[in-house]
Design a protein around this ligand. Structure first.
Ligand SMILES: Cc1cc2nc3c(=O)[nH]c(=O)nc-3n(C[C@H](O)[C@H](O)[C@H](O)COP(=O)(O)OP(=O)(O)OC[C@H]3O[C@@H](n4cnc5c(N)ncnc54)[C@H](O)[C@@H]3O)c2cc1C
Length: 433
């Protein structure tokens, strides 16, 4: 008996939409299934999209896609309860087309991407939470929902982080969620008119500003970073917090986000803005969260479901990897269709593509970073060290001037970081970054 579709894609996030667009444009009969009432309705994302990969399937996409602003400036810094130490990066090329990074709101972008999949010929169904994969022995042949089977020789699983439909199956036999590899993402969106945003952040029309902060402002032991992005007429701010660092500390997420947004440097940015959205989500990131395999007989896993989300404790990048892995899965499915086989051996091409596209090499490298990113000193003594040093260098006291060597020693003492720790952390970062 023939199958209902050439391919079924579970989840209309960035990975699923990218896969469906490429498949439909390649002439495949594809079903894209989303549990939300609309694509993007259930997506929470801080919002900087590095969009190079989209160009492969939607040339000139930034002209049409409902993006918020193209980013022209990034700020990185350290917060202590009393201070903010930061530096800015601006590059002329960021102001020119094709822009490199965009702030986005997922409810808008995902709905638009799903429409592009439909326009290319994919069948999109929403408000349908896929119950499980349709296993025939060790092979996946489509999906099951409400007792009904929809079949296809290839199923691309793109249901996001903590993928439920793969749990307890050969794809993910056991839950690998570990405290170390799990972060809590918290995000708030504030409304502020476009003119005020542009005036406040010295931006031209359509230009955006992004900030990432090491937040040395939390109760002892709690580690995380903060982000702040400008949208068209809203602001996104939020936190990425190590779940492990929260264990047993009796700290609540709303307390952490309050500390961040009440910090004088951040409060000035959201002054007069009205809170319109709040969300929190657990993110299983990186190599430790990968499934048992990325492909098998009749299936492939893409995007966050495959663990392709990178977090360095301050910033998260997953949308770019979602798009790229979705496209690579689609290319593999198209080759399988041409070959008339969706066996595990045929779909092994997906792993080769994940290698050659840089995804797997990147995530192996990031695994080394996992060892250093939750070093408590990054979130405690180093923000203080930067603050003490800059305070001493930037403040005229009326007294005698001190040498930089003296100021460095004084900052080190005030922050409570030994020279040995500084050297050890420096070496670790140099080798693992
Ligand atoms: C607070 C926060 C900030 C972030 N900031 C950034 C950032 O600035 N830049 C960046 O690149 N990345 C960021 N990320 C990560 C980024 O959001 C993800 O990496 C990206 O969304 C992954 O895309 P995806 O398509 O794999 O999964 P998702 O976007 O999660 O999409 C999965 C889709 O599958 C659907 N689904 C789930 N289960 C089912 C089911 N059973 N049946 C049908 N549909 C289902 C969901 O509703 C969803 O639409 C952030 C994440 C968080 C939480």
């Amino acid at each position: 008996m023939g199958d209902d579709f050439d391919a079924i894609v579970v989840g209309a996030g960035l990975a699923g939409c990218a896969a469906a667009i490429r498949l439909a444009k390649g002439g495949a009969n594809v079903l894209l299934v989303e549990r939300g009432a609309e694509a993007g309705a259930k997506n929470l994302s801080g919002g900087i999209l590095w969009g190079h990969d989209l160009e492969r399937i939607l040339p000139g996409w930034w002209h049409e896609m409902p993006i918020e602003r193209h980013i022209v400036r990034k700020r990185f810094g350290f917060l202590t309860p009393e201070s903010a130490t930061s530096f800015d990066f601006e590059d002329g090329s960021w102001r020119k087309e094709p822009y490199v990074a965009h702030s986005v709101l997922r409810a808008r972008t995902d709905a638009w991407l799903a429409k592009q999949a439909e326009a290319a010929g994919a069948t999109l169904v929403t408000s349908v939470p896929v119950e499980r994969l349709n296993w025939e022995g060790s092979r996946v042949r489509g999906i099951v929902q409400g007792g009904e089977k929809m079949t296809a020789p290839v199923t691309i699983v793109a249901d996001g982080t903590n993928s439920r439909i793969t749990l307890g199956t050969p794809i993910r036999p056991e839950h690998r969620l570990s405290g170390e590899a799990t972060e809590l993402g918290i995000k708030e969106v504030y409304r502020l008119d476009a003119g005020t945003i542009e005036e406040r952040f010295h931006l031209g029309p359509g230009e955006g500003h992004a900030e990432e902060w090491v937040t040395g402002i939390f109760p002892p032991g709690v580690m995380g970073g903060g982000f702040f992005y400008t949208n068209r007429d809203t602001l996104s701010l939020g936190l990425i917090v190590s779940v492990q660092s929260l264990f047993g500390r009796g700290v609540y997420s709303h307390d952490l986000i309050e500390r961040f947004k009440l910090h004088p440097a951040i409060a000035a940015r959201v002054k007069g803005a009205e809170l319109v959205e709040y969300g929190a989500k657990l993110i299983a990131s990186g190599w430790a969260s990968r499934p048992a395999a990325f492909h098998g007989d009749g299936w492939m896993v893409a995007g966050d479901a495959a663990g392709f989300v990178f977090s360095n404790g301050i910033v998260i990048q997953g949308m770019n990897y979602a798009v790229r892995s979705g496209i690579e899965a689609a290319e593999t499915a198209l080759a399988a269709k041409a070959a008339g086989s969706s066996s595990a051996a045929q779909l092994a091409e997906y792993d080769h593509r994940l290698e050659s596209s840089g995804i797997l090499p990147d995530f192996r490298d990031f695994a080394r970073l996992d060892r250093v990113k939750w070093n408590p000193r990054i979130y405690t003594v180093y923000p203080r060290f930067a603050s003490e040093l800059l305070h001493a260098m930037m403040t005229e006291t009326g007294g005698r001037k001190r040498s930089v060597r003296h100021l460095l020693r004084a900052a080190q003492k005030a922050a409570g970081v030994s020279a040995t720790s500084l050297i050890r952390d420096g070496i670790e970062v140099a080798f693992d970054l």
